[in-house]
Design a protein around this ligand. Structure first.
Ligand SMILES: NC(=O)CC[C@H](N)C(=O)O
Length: 309
């Protein structure tokens, strides 16, 4: 199948859509992004790259950074991480606080805000914020093979000034003893992770290690088992209270962010990034999901599709 043609067809179709969802406006710089942006990039297992639309324009990856933060934290403390974060879908909004009371400050999974804040706190167990932010930047640059990736300081600052819900989550978990460090330092670091700016091309490249059993161009980043497990968490928890529907419609591990990006992995086959800033009610890219649905329908890349030799 001609994947270049396919991503161009999908882009042309979705460019005409008038129903594009709502751009996130609770983070002021994100409210200014034009809702008609659309990009898609697909890296195949053979290394070929297929892009269309605004695939080279950097956007705020937001919660997609939770995948990279989890990978770093597992590398640093291994399975001990699971003493402080669960592995179950929450069925609640990405920034929900409700389950934390009855579940004693242990977030359901690393891909909701509360979970990622704990993951960040774990990384700060042995690093200063500046070092942890530097480690994250080096990591995504290495994964993508691209040293031009940056953190958008204006987005990090805006979140610092307006992130009252995240402050509540962090303080509440601190009260339960599940955030150990200084809350302001933990949040400052978390906001910098969220403020990573990457294009679809860079993001799809950075997802290659999850496509290829933990390797990038033959170099081992994580074990095959760890890559499979991160993919499993992306499948079950990558889209908050929309995760079940995403699995039903697309059938691939994926992680969304309120910047409108989605990183999606077809294990052994492709690493895919889409970007359209308008969100659905759960905070996931509306047209990004449509694009992935179209891609999977045409390619059969769902992990639930039988592959017979
Ligand atoms: N779902 C998201 O992308 C949320 C990330 C955002 N930085 C927040 O903490 O609210």
């Amino acid at each position: 199948m001609d994947i270049t043609q396919l991503v161009q067809d999908i882009t042309a179709r979705l460019r005409q859509e008038s129903e594009r969802g709502q751009v996130a406006d609770y983070i002021p710089p994100l409210a200014c992004i034009a809702p008609d942006k659309f990009g898609i990039a697909v890296v195949l297992d053979d290394g070929s790259l297929h892009c269309a639309g605004d695939a080279d324009e950097p956007f705020s990856i937001q919660s997609i950074s939770k995948v990279f933060a989890l990978t770093l934290a597992l590398g640093s403390v291994g399975d001990q991480l699971w003493n402080r974060v669960g592995r179950e879908p929450s069925g609640s909004a990405f920034n929900s606080i409700v389950q934390l009371e009855s579940e004693h400050g242990i977030p359901r999974n690393p891909f909701i805000n509360a979970g990622a804040i704990v993951v960040t706190d774990v990384l700060l167990g042995h690093l200063e914020p500046r070092e942890a932010i530097g480690q994250m930047l080096r990591f995504v640059r290495e994964l993508a093979g691209d040293d031009t990736i940056l953190i958008d300081e204006s987005v990090a600052r805006a979140e610092q000034e307006t992130g009252f819900t995240n402050m509540a989550l962090a303080n509440y978990m601190r009260a339960f003893g599940n955030v150990h460090g200084d809350v302001a330092k933990v949040l400052g670091t978390y906001f910098h992770f969220c403020a990573l700016a990457m294009s679809c091309r860079q993001l799809a490249m950075a997802g290659r290690f999850l496509m290829d059993e933990g390797r990038v161009e033959g170099r081992r980043i994580v074990t095959g088992r760890r890559a499979r497990r991160i993919n499993a968490l992306m499948m079950s928890c990558g889209h908050y209270d929309n995760s079940g529907d995403f699995a039903y419609r697309i059938g691939l591990p994926g992680k969304s962010g309120v910047g409108g990006g989605i990183l999606c992995v077809a294990p052994g086959v492709a690493s895919i990034a889409v970007w359209s800033p308008g969100l659905n009610a759960s905070g996931n890219s509306h047209l990004g999901q449509r694009a992935l649905e179209m891609l999977v329908q045409r390619t059969g890349w769902s992990v639930f599709e039988a592959r017979r030799a």
